[in-house]
Design a protein around this ligand. Structure first.
Ligand code: PHE
Length: 360
């Protein structure tokens, strides 16, 4: 006959040693299950004499109760331990800052921002946006814009030419956005009011020049538009863009083959400790080229210069961005340094509008 005291020691030790609820259940089944060791002992009672049954029965039942209690107590301990473990593993530190979503981390490049600002400003004045290809024909980039063959102004543009094609003509990377004027006049009947932002290319590189840069062209053609309108549009544009109440402008006579008369525009500014402020001060800063569209250009684009007239202007977008947002080295614009972009970039959901504020 199995020694009851020994079985008790063994069973209680196994219960105490069970490391988790599954192990405890195995011990319970081994002792108290149908075929368990304690159940087997109980089964021997039937074959005992009535006296033995009385004494042994009491002992075996006491062992059974003890084992059941020990299992229940151990289960409580194991459950509490498991809960504790889970709680500490799943700890949430509610004092940590909320992790920003990708949408919050991404930044809009200052050039894209300025293009969006320009679009908002000119759309408000009734302009639409026109676009043309970066790879242009010599005809659209120069000839139709009244640059005669062999004219020195062609050389001034430091053009990137492609090798001649099957027709013997060389394509080029457009040196300015003015060919989009040509494309627009050839494809749309006046009245025309467009701006054409985009990439332009010249073989030039230093702190204020990069081989690829950005311009925005403006073009207005109808039967009555004159220089006075040009001046008003530019003034409104500069006030809105630099977010100031008034700007003083100075028109200096200049030369472009595709405008007559031509002017360069300076805006009033104040330079202080390397900082530039607009709308105040005694200094001047050259900012754009403009003029009345040359009759030859109108003619080259199929418009009758005796009927139609209008103005055009061209502004460097990179320069506008540098002036407004205080970046001094143009080359940084194109280095794709994520730290620079994090610092100077704009939040993607703060889209510029005239009503909501351009630069947020
Ligand atoms: N296309 C000229 C340039 O790149 C700028 C300009 C545009 C001047 C339109 C007058 C009118 O220098």
């Amino acid at each position: 006959m199995t020694d009851i005291a020994e079985l008790e020691t063994e069973t209680l030790a196994a219960i105490a040693a069970a490391a988790d609820e599954a192990a405890l259940e195995a011990v319970r089944v081994g002792a108290l299950g149908k075929k368990g060791s304690i159940s087997a002992l109980l089964a021997t009672l039937g074959k005992m004499s009535p006296e033995d049954r009385k004494t042994e029965g009491a002992k075996i039942n006491a062992l059974k109760d003890k084992a059941q209690e020990a299992v229940a107590a151990r289960r409580d301990v194991l459950q509490a331990e498991a809960l504790e473990k889970r709680l500490s593993a799943e700890t949430v530190d509610v004092t940590l800052p909320v992790q920003e979503s990708g949408q919050e981390l991404g930044r809009i490049h200052p050039i894209s921002q300025v293009m969006d600002e320009l679009t908002a400003i000119f759309a408000d004045m009734g302009f639409s946006v026109a676009e043309g290809p970066d790879i242009e024909s010599d005809d659209y980039n120069f000839t139709k814009l009244n640059f005669p063959e062999g004219h020195p102004a062609r050389e001034m543009h430091d053009t990137f030419f492609f090798p001649p094609g099957a027709d013997g003509k060389r394509k080029l990377l457009r040196t300015h956005t003015s060919p989009v004027q040509v494309r627009t006049m050839l494809s749309k009947a006046p009245p025309i009011r467009v701006i054409c932002p985009g990439r332009t290319y010249r073989c030039d590189s230093d702190q204020t020049h990069t081989p690829m840069f950005h311009q925005v062209e403006g073009l207005v053609i109808d039967e009555t538009t004159h220089m006075g309108h040009l001046k008003w549009v530019l003034e409104e544009f500069l006030k809105a863009f630099f977010e100031v109440k008034s700007v003083k402008m100075r028109f200096r006579p200049s030369f472009f083959p595709f405008t007559e008369p031509s002017a360069e525009v300076d805006v009033q500014c104040r330079r202080k400790d390397g900082d530039i402020r607009f709308g105040e001060g005694e200094d001047w800063m050259e900012i754009l080229g403009c003029g009345m569209v040359h009759p030859n250009v109108l003619r080259n684009c199929g418009l009758d210069p005796d009927k139609y007239q209008g103005f055009a202007f061209g502004v460097g977008i990179d320069r506008l961005a540098m002036l407004k947002y205080g970046m001094s080295d143009l080359r940084a614009f194109f280095e794709a340094d994520a730290r620079w972009l994090t610092h100077y970039g704009f939040r993607p959901l703060d889209f510029p509008t005239l009503a909501g504020g351009l630069s947020g």
